[in-house]
Design a protein around this ligand. Structure first.
Ligand SMILES: [Zn+2]
Length: 340
């Protein structure tokens, strides 16, 4: 089968890889008609995250179940399924509390290599959720977005306690930040401030429900959010970047008693603990338990109430993954969908 392999920073190719097999009886093998490139794939691409080379890439997927192991009972061959980037049993106390990314049996990087024609999914019964039937092709981008970026943006908005009567500020205009705007809108936020200086992304943020755009960054961005909120700061702030600057911007944009939901993946970031202590804000975040939200997402997408697939502004055949990585790295594309 064909699959994307990274050989080092900036070096991505599509090559023949061994087709995955059932390894343990709780596994499923799925055929992947569409996968995508994640902002977090850019960390190793830019040489910021350490990795051993070569590495099969991808962790976002939808697909048709080809084969299941003997212990899989609810997921069946032929079903169209969505899963997330962590495998989870969905039965332990942590999963039942909605924190499947911290499942006692969790398997981080479970779907590694999803930018390919087939992928092995561990703990298939817990990890995968089937759609009500075969989706219309036009729904596939939105279902694929549910696998990671929608779930991550949604979790950030929930963690930030976005809801009726709240002003929500979103730091980051990548796919996760933009879908954080969509989530805040769906959760009933009164006002949504998107922080972005890129015109096409501002436009999409408005389509998703942003009421205000702040172009300034850093301390100037914070000042602008304060200006828009009577000097107090936002009730809820979504941090969807993962740099020290963005985290500080999120913390300083939040009013005392407010909440920051942070989902950007950090690399070598020092949190200003003293500043945090005196800020009186609540912090919650980490790797999003996307699995918690999948049944709700499938319902919203199936009934065409949300269209998170709009974040894909470039679609390429799997074989052209390399230009896709380049387009995301240079911010020419918000998010790239790969068809196999
Ligand atoms: Zn669990």
């Amino acid at each position: 089968m064909r699959g994307v392999v990274m050989h080092g920073p900036g070096d991505v190719s599509v090559e023949e890889r061994e087709r995955p097999q059932i390894v343990v009886p709780s596994d499923a093998i799925i055929r992947v008609p569409a996968s995508c490139i994640c902002g977090s794939d850019l960390w190793p691409y830019r040489g910021i995250a350490e990795m051993s080379w070569p590495t099969p890439m991808g962790h976002e997927y939808v697909g048709i179940v080809e084969e299941v192991g003997d212990a899989v009972s609810t997921i069946k061959p032929g079903q169209f399924v969505i899963g997330s980037f962590f495998a989870s049993d969905n039965t332990c106390e942590i999963c039942q509390a909605g924190y499947q990314t911290h499942c006692v049996q969790r398997q981080p990087g479970a779907a590694t290599g999803a930018q390919s024609e087939f992928v092995r999914i561990p703990l298939a019964d817990g990890t995968l959720v089937a759609t009500p039937g075969e989706p219309d092709p036009e729904l596939i981008p939105s279902l694929l977005a549910a696998s990671d970026v929608l779930g991550t943006g949604w979790f950030a908005a929930v963690a930030a306690q976005a809801g009726p009567g709240k002003t929500v500020a979103v730091v980051g205009d990548g796919a996760v930040g933009l879908l954080g705007v969509l989530a805040a809108q769906q959760l009933g936020a009164e006002r949504i401030i998107a922080m972005s200086r890129h015109e096409p992304r501002q436009k999409l943020a408005r389509e998703f429900g942003a009421t205000d755009i702040v172009e300034e960054r850093g301390d100037e961005g914070v000042a602008r959010v304060k200006e828009l909120t009577g000097g107090l700061g936002a009730h809820s702030v979504v941090e969807a970047v993962g740099t020290e600057e963005s985290m500080r911007q999120a913390i300083r944009s939040t009013r005392p008693g407010g909440h920051v939901g942070y989902v950007g993946v950090f690399h070598d970031v020092a949190l200003p603990v003293e500043e945090l202590f005196f800020s009186g804000i609540n912090l919650h975040g980490g790797p999003a338990p996307v699995r918690r939200f999948l049944p709700e997402f499938i319902d919203l997408i199936w009934n065409r109430r949300i269209d998170p697939g709009k974040v894909f502004d470039l679609e390429l055949p799997l074989d052209q993954a390399a230009p896709g990585y380049d387009a995301m790295d240079t911010r020419q594309a918000i998010k790239v969908l790969l068809r196999s």
